[in-house]
Design a protein. Sequence first.
Length: 121
Amino acid sequence: MKVLKSLMVTAAVAVALMANAAHAENKKIALVVKALGIGFFEAANKGAQEAAKELGDVEIIYTGPTSTTAEGQIEVINSLIAQKVDAIAVSANDTICPKAAMSQCSRPPQRRPIRIRGSPK
């Protein structure tokens, strides 16, 4: 139940971010899941892809580690920061470890903040 609630919060935030993106061009929104290959997150990705198609000019990047580790998520988040995505929605494996990676999003030399929304563990 806790995981379902967390994912629903993350999905709601991602939809809100996509709604804001409807008026801009080429927005990249990343969905970072606990681990790839989990059916629940695959379904969330499918819904996000459908919403992005309806909105237009929105690219969904569905990604995550291959196993449920905070270190794997940190690596994925750092990669997304380097890609300068517009938003990152995270279903965090750990409430502490990803903070270090996410804190870099609003610091120079990035120069533009990346919106990050995560679900509590």
